[in-house]
Design a binder for this molecule. Structure first.
Ligand SMILES: [Cu+2]
Length: 305
């Protein structure tokens, strides 16, 4: 076991050495803007769940030196074939690539079962989260949170408007998780402000009440150019956050100061009913704009005459 750890540590060091050499080499050449090569990490972990439909695999992974502490989280793959023959309980070694706005597993290998530890019992039942959450057509119950100005807000304040809700936390290090949600919300805000001024509200709810106090959310909001009239950032105490997360079937868990989580984005109609719930990052501002249009006008497409 000791030897194995040493070997892993050595391979991580070797990988880092290769990265720094590659980076130095890259720097000495003329830098191409926007073409930075991805950072590469070799990581060891235990598979907790495989989701071929959303092209993600949930892994309890070891610390990733100078990047992320050990935690359980979903990782995207670009090639769904990588997920073939993998199942919860498998011990794996994988390669994680990270760029400025994306991260994904590019290679993953099962470690033979003789060396693998058995899957620990008692991990959260994702199926239970799934069945307890709201479904399209359900009335969304009211909840109270605190906005970026420190004022209380209620979901029902936005009755009569279409509400697009998502979950984020400001320290999230993975470009295609929270930062992507906020980037997409920023694009969505511009589209909807043009088509439906004053008839919609975007709501980004923090999963990190300890760190994401209103002033932190306010600074984060301005980073994404949010107009407070259309886009609210909110945080709650543990109870209200668990309540809202439960409604949407969101999985989130604090681990070593960061938060392991999946994603939920919902459109709620002007009548307060859930219209649609997205469970991954595979949605576009265009797609949600269409859903909002349908919720507000009954037609997904813009009238041509
Ligand atoms: Cu995140």
């Amino acid at each position: 076991m000791k030897l194995k750890l040493i070997l892993i540590a050595l391979s991580v060091l070797a990988a880092l050495a290769v990265i720094s050499v590659a980076t130095l080499g890259h720097r000495s050449a003329a830098p191409k803007p926007g073409a930075a090569s991805p950072q590469t990490f070799q990581v060891h972990g235990l598979v907790r769940g495989v989701n071929a439909a959303s092209k993600t695999i949930r892994i309890a992974h070891d610390p990733i030196p100078s990047y992320m502490p050990a935690m359980t989280m979903p990782f995207p793959v670009k090639d769904p074939a990588l997920l073939n023959h993998l199942a919860p309980g498998n011990e794996v070694q994988f390669e994680l690539l990270v760029t400025d706005d994306d991260s994904w597993i590019s290679h993953i290998e099962k470690i033979p079962a003789e060396a693998a530890a058995p899957a620990t019992a008692g991990s959260k039942s994702l199926d239970a989260l799934e069945t307890e959450c709201l479904h399209a057509g359900d009335q969304v119950p009211d909840f109270t949170l605190t906005n970026q100005d420190g004022h209380p807000i209620h979901l029902h304040d936005f009755h009569g408007q279409a509400v697009v809700l998502t979950f984020i936390y400001t320290r999230c290090p993975l470009p295609n998780f929270c930062p992507l949600m906020s980037k997409n919300f920023s694009a969505l805000e511009q589209r909807l402000a043009q088509e439906f001024p004053n008839r919609f509200q975007l709501l980004s709810i923090s999963m990190d009440p300890e760190f994401d106090r209103p002033d932190v959310l306010k600074a984060y909001a301005s980073r994404y150019g949010a107009n407070p009239k259309d886009w609210t950032f909110a945080v709650g105490d543990d109870d209200s956050l668990n309540f809202v997360a439960g409604l949407m079937g969101l999985y989130f868990e604090k681990q070593n100061g960061l938060i392991s989580h999946d994603l939920r984005t919902a459109v709620i109609g002007p009548d307060g009913r859930l219209v649609q719930l997205w469970k991954s990052n595979l949605w576009t501002p265009y797609e949600i704009q269409r859903t909002v249009r349908e919720a507000l006008t009954g037609h997904a497409d813009v009238a041509t005459r």
